[in-house]
Design a protein around this ligand. Structure first.
Ligand code: F6R
Length: 242
């Protein structure tokens, strides 16, 4: 695990974006693993700027998102498909047919999970996976106690994650408690993993990820097993590292 500690979230986003730009300059038909949440937003803005400046093309890219709320269709403003279209895909020269997000409205979610794994495999596997991290150490929606070998599946969200994500929902709006998420095993199969974390609230999860035991109680600690994982942190997120 490589640890990069930078001053603030601006530097973290720039560093992370640069890794993705270099990847695309080296391999134009890269398969990208993508994340939602607050953390990647400014990295995505930099990818959009680089695409508009002609530094990088997404025309041959395929992407797979980590997770989606089960029970929300892609047109729902709180769905991760909607988020990705708004924050990234609508502003790139990417073919949206090549952008995959787990289907939150699947009639048969279990079958949909198996199909998602097959689609990743058919694309040749993920070249580079972007991750954020939850305060409880989750990656994707792999909450504490997730199997370290797990594959894409339906997961119940913990109370902590539901509370953390309540900020995106209106007070009386339905907030799903179930998700479809890539498994930890799926994430570990990516050739390269880039995890971004910023802010004091992530410091304990980062300490457990880097210095804690390899354990399902901190799902991100599974990255200790990956041969090419880089954690890009600001000083606040790194503040509990010894
Ligand atoms: C999002 C995802 C989650 C987030 C994590 C951090 O697709 O998989 O694991 O990365 O909850 O969220 P933020 O960035 O909002 O703190």
């Amino acid at each position: 695990m490589q640890i990069v500690i930078l001053k603030d979230s601006v530097e973290v986003a720039a560093y992370g974006a640069n890794i993705f730009i270099k990847q695309l300059q080296k391999k134009a038909d890269s398969v990208l693993g993508l994340a939602t949440g607050s953390t990647p937003v400014s990295l995505y803005q930099q990818l959009i700027a680089a695409n508009k400046a002609g530094e990088v093309s997404f025309a041959k890219v395929t992407s797979f998102n980590l997770d989606e709320y089960l029970g929300l269709e892609g047109a729902h403003p709180q769905s991760y498909r909607y988020f990705m279209n708004q924050q990234l895909f609508d502003h790139l020269d990417i073919d949206t047919a090549n952008t995959f997000v787990p289907p939150g409205d699947a009639d048969d979610p279990i079958e949909a999970c198996e199909r998602y794994e097959m689609q990743i495999a058919a694309a040749g596997g993920i070249d580079i996976q972007l991750l954020g991290i939850g305060r409880n150490g989750h990656i994707g929606f792999n909450e504490p106690s997730s199997g370290l070998m797990s594959r894409t599946r339906v997961k119940t969200l913990t109370k902590a994650t539901i509370e953390d994500n309540a900020r995106f929902f209106a007070t009386d709006e339905y907030q799903p408690h179930l998700s479809i998420t890539m498994g930890i095993g799926t994430i570990l199969d990516a050739k390269k993993v880039v995890l971004l974390a910023t802010g004091e609230a992530k410091a304990e999860a980062i300490r457990a990820t880097v210095e804690g035991a390899l354990s399902a109680s901190c799902p991100a600690s599974a990255l200790q097993l990956h041969r090419d994982a880089v954690l890009v942190l600001d000083e606040a997120a790194a503040s509990q590292l010894s």
